[in-house]
Write a protein that binds this ligand. Structure first.
Ligand code: ADE
Length: 238
């Protein structure tokens, strides 16, 4: 996968690219993040990339001609172009899985009050990372890169990807490590007794419990017989 990021703030990527899992995935050379400074496509010697909006309104807009040229000079025919925007549908794990299958992605980071709306003609999909407003699209683009690259990381086992939150329509069950007792809190006995069938059932029940507590709307879907049974068990215990 090659991800090209168009940004006004390349330096925001410094820590991200040199850290832990991301630097390991990129060191394999199979995957690449290329940073492009949108300002390199500015048309004037002061390197302006923004201008005031027609019709008035607060703030500045990024210029469509500058951003369009930055896109066209850095994409191939088969590059899938994303634009970060708080106006779009919030990103989900399913979106990340779908995007991780693309060979070439481009992420255009919006800034200031946004980009001249005519940019939409050159964009395949707009992506928000949540219903709140950031100062710009750089953090959003790093969230997208991070979520995709970890799916492409061969050293994360497919088992651990299958067990994580959102994978099976549930949040992940709580987990524990040593010590077995800490500050009066004990690790549930069932997890320490080595009975794998019991552990599996317990973990599924706890995953359902977490989901009922934090994200009950995730259970508004077709449930398996075992899920129905465990929900009833949890409700009876309340
Ligand atoms: N730019 C500003 N806020 C954003 C958000 N929530 N998601 C994506 N891009 C943004």
């Amino acid at each position: 996968m090659k991800i090209t990021v168009l940004t006004l703030f390349k330096e925001m990527y410094d820590g991200f690219l040199n850290t832990s899992i991301i630097s390991r995935v990129l060191s394999k050379k199979e995957h690449e993040i290329k940073l492009v400074d949108i300002r390199d496509y500015s048309h004037d010697r002061h390197r302006h990339v923004d201008d005031t909006p027609y019709g008035g309104g607060a703030g500045m807009l990024m210029k469509v001609d500058v951003v369009h040229e930055a896109i066209m000079n850095n994409k191939d025919e088969d590059t899938y172009v994303l634009l970060t925007s708080p106006k779009a549908k919030p990103l989900t794990q399913d979106d990340l899985k779908r995007l991780s299958k693309k060979e070439k992605l481009m992420i255009v980071c919006g800034h200031y009050e946004g980009i001249d709306s005519r940019i939409e003609k050159y964009i395949d999909e707009q992506v928000s990372i949540g219903d709140y407003i950031l100062t710009g699209g750089e953090l959003a683009s790093m969230v997208i890169c991070d979520g995709i690259l970890r799916l492409l990381d061969e050293s994360i086992s497919s088992d651990s990807l299958k067990e994580e939150s959102y994978e099976n329509g549930l949040l992940e069950y709580p987990q524990y490590t040593r010590p077995v007792e800490y500050d009066g809190m004990e690790v549930p006995f069932v997890l320490t007794n080595g009975n794998h069938k019991e552990i599996e059932r317990y973990n599924l029940k706890m995953a359902i419990k977490e989901t009922m507590k934090y994200r009950p709307e995730m259970l508004n879907r077709e449930l398996s017989d075992q899920e129905v049974l465990l929900i009833k068990e949890i409700e009876d215990e309340l």
